[in-house]
Structure formats: C-alpha cells, structure tokens
Design a protein around this ligand. Structure first.
Ligand SMILES: Cc1cc2nc3c(=O)[nH]c(=O)nc-3n(C[C@H](O)[C@H](O)[C@H](O)COP(=O)(O)O)c2cc1C
Length: 395
C-alpha cells in the first residue's frame, strides 16, 4: 500500500473525534470497506460479527440501548444481567431485539454464594463505625438477601431467549447448565485472569476465553485464585493464554483505542473486550460523579480494592479505598461487604461527594471519549485497521 496514503489515513484518524457523527461514520465505513482484513478472523467466525470488538457487559452501567448500537455497528454488544430477575432479563432482551437482529451477548455472574459469618460482618460494620458517625447515618442491619449467581431458573429464561452468546464472570456455572446453554446453540465466553483459569475454562466448555489483565476496570474475574499478587498485566497474560489454550482469546484490560486493539492482535488475541472506554458513551448509565471522574481521568489514580464489595475490583481511588484498603483483611465475602458501605455512599453522594462510591474504571480511563456507541465502535475498528496497516510497513 502507498505509504503516503497510510500516513494520511492516520492523520484523519487523529482528527476523527472532531468530525460530526455522520462524517465520522462515513470515514469509518470508508476505511472499513476498503480492506477490513483483520490479522486473525477466529473470533469473527465464531461470533459471526464483522469487527472483533466486544463491548463489555458492565453490571448496573449498561442498559438495553448500548448493546444494539454496538452490534449494529458490527461489534458484539453485551447486556449485563447481574441483579436482574428472569422477567427483567426477558423484558430487556425483548427491547434489544426490537433494535437489532445482529448477535447479542448476555452476561451473568456465577460467584459462589457467600458463607454467612455474623462475626465478620459485625466486625466490618465496626470498622466503618467512624464513617457512620461522621456522616450521621445508622449502621445497616446484615442483609437478608444477596445477589444470586446464575442458576437453573435463569438458565430456562436464557434458553427461551436464545442469545447468540452468553458470557460469565467468576468462572462458569455448573456443567449441566453450561451443557444446556450449548445445546440451545449459545456460544459460551468467560474471563480468565491467569493461565490456569484459562485452561480450566477451556476444559469446562468455554468457546472463547477473555484474558483479563490487571489494568481492567470493574471486578477481577478471578475464580481459582484469591491472591491479588497473581494478577498480571494484559501484555503479560494474553500471549501466555494464547500459548496455553486452543480456543480464541479475547484480550481485555486497558484497551481503549485502535492502538490497543492492534496491540492485542500482536499478542495473538483474536479480539478485544472493552469496558471503561464505553462508559463515556451517552448510552452508558452512569452517575454524574462517575461521568465527571471519567472526564477528568487524566491524573486520577485507580486502585484494585476489595473494600467496596468484598471482591477485588478496579475503581477510581477515593477516601474509603485509601483509608480502609485498597486491599484489606477481614472484609465480608462478595457481595456482602457492599451492604455496609451503601448508606455511606448514599449520604455522601447526597452531600455532593463520591468518596464512598464505587467508581469502576480501568487504567486507560483517560483515553475514553464521548461518542455514541455506534460511532465509537466504527471508529475503533477503523483506527485499529489503520494502525495495523501502518505496522505492516515495518520492513
Ligand atoms: C463499570 C464496569 C462494570 C463491569 N461489570 C462487569 C460485569 O457485570 N460482567 C463482566 O463480565 N465484566 C464486567 N466488567 C469487566 C469487563 O468485562 C472487562 O473485563 C473490563 O472492562 C476490561 O477492562 P477495561 O475496563 O480497561 O476495558 C466491568 C467493568 C467495568 C469498567
């Protein structure tokens, strides 16, 4: 390819954000239709999508508007179902299906139900007591109900809805449920944070594995290890997972633009899953605090902490994370820890402060851009292809 043309394309890419939506789409479509040749088509073939970009399911942050926008652009839109009832999942998927007939991923947590330990829970509330006093709120009672993992009733609903893809966080549900989903024609994905977890997922029937590096926003998908020191970067994890398993690998964690996507392919991945970068899309359902933090992310620290929910997750650093964590002992099991923090968050937010909020964000948060999810997906694909073309001229 003509080198001058490649450089011009890159210059346009750099300006892309200044273009209005329709011009942006025209540029992206142009770049894509010319030679949308990805170095590795395994994920495209498996998921029957045009661009190897999976918008991450982000529980509580993605409603039914974002997935169809991403799938409509040729990526894979993902709808997070954590915390929803089967009826709510049916309703949301119904809404999504009116907007696109392209492939859809729906996502569930499959954590172990926490073992209740009143001594741990009351010690945790005691630890937070100075904050309750400072903010003038009563310590909450122990929660009577807690977040349910994926189970057979939900499995019935999913089989009825027949999404093309079902993804899980924190491992996989029991084998009989995985088998039922596969028999219904669903492709199964799950996140691995170590090579051992990736091998386990492949052995248990995952059709592709999301290799989630430690840069990632949100909860660590870790499920065979509880050791935070076992968590490594995307750059280190992806090639080792690629070498260890036969199914396609999807890189996740700190990928926020076309450069990151091209890098993932260089590491041997067949696609990417991106979360934080989609949080600034207008379709994202995030608080004003979260939006403001993302928009000024440049100098903001993120930290992997367990103090907000009981499981390690990457968030913007704030007071509770700094003072109690980031990683603390004696925190009640996921998701019980969250109930004790909830009244602090509510009261602080009512006073204009996010110092007790869980503002999930990955290490590349400063690269997030405010674009509609469709335009953003097209731009990511076009920019990644431009970058790959430029790199193809290395000789
Ligand atoms: C706000 C937020 C919520 C998330 N919630 C989920 C979830 O419900 N299910 C899931 O599988 N992954 C979840 N993740 C993790 C993502 O799937 C993915 O691993 C991560 O976003 C990749 O890193 P990045 O944020 O740097 O792109 C979440 C991530 C974020 C940022």
């Amino acid at each position: 390819m003509n080198r001058r043309r490649v450089l011009n394309l890159s210059a346009v890419t750099a300006l892309g954000l200044a273009l209005p939506g329709s011009a942006l789409e025209a540029r992206a479509q142009g770049a894509l239709s010319r030679t949308a040749v990805w170095p590795n088509k395994r994920l495209l073939d498996l998921l029957k999508i045009e661009h190897p970009i999976v918008q991450a399911p982000m529980g509580g942050h993605v409603g039914p508007d974002m997935p169809p926008a991403v799938s409509g652009a040729g990526g894979l839109g993902s709808f997070p179902c954590t915390g929803l009832t089967p009826a709510q999942v049916r309703d949301a998927v119904g809404k999504i299906r009116t907007q696109t007939s392209k492939p859809l991923n729906i996502n569930f947590f499959c954590h172990a139900m926490p073992r209740r330990d009143e001594a741990v829970e009351s010690a945790w509330r005691k630890r937070l007591a100075p904050y309750y006093a400072e903010l003038g709120v009563d310590p909450p009672a122990s929660p009577t109900r807690t977040l349910e993992p994926f189970g057979s009733e939900m499995c019935d609903a999913v089989i009825e809805l027949k999404p093309e893809v079902v993804s899980f966080h924190f491992g996989l549900p029991e084998k009989s449920l995985v088998n039922r989903l596969k028999a219904a024609g669903c492709t199964i994905l799950s996140s691995a944070t170590t090579v051992t977890e990736a091998r386990w997922l492949e052995d248990q029937g995952a059709d592709a594995v999301i290799a989630q590096g430690v840069e990632a926003g949100g909860h660590r998908g870790m499920f065979l290890t509880t050791e935070p020191a076992s968590q490594v970067s995307t750059l280190a994890l992806v090639p080792q997972v690629v070498d260890a398993i036969r199914v396609p690998v999807i890189a996740a964690g700190g990928i926020a633009d076309g450069r990151g996507i091209a890098a993932a392919f260089a590491l041997g991945a067949s696609g990417v899953q991106m979360g934080t970068a989609y949080l600034l899309c207008p379709e994202a359902r995030i608080s004003a605090y979260h939006r403001a933090a993302l928009k000024s992310a440049r100098d903001k620290l993120t930290a992997m902490t367990n103090v907000l929910t009981g499981r390690p997750a990457r968030v913007f650093m704030n007071r509770i994370v700094r003072e109690i964590g980031p990683l603390a002992d004696g925190v009640p099991a996921f998701p019980l820890a969250a109930a004790a923090v909830a009244p602090l968050r509510t009261k602080a937010e009512s006073q204009g402060s996010a110092e007790f909020s869980a503002l999930y964000a990955g290490q590349a948060a400063a690269l997030a851009r405010e674009l509609p999810a469709r335009d953003f997906t097209l731009k990511l694909a076009a920019d990644a292809l431009d970058r790959l073309r430029v790199l193809g001229h290395a000789s």
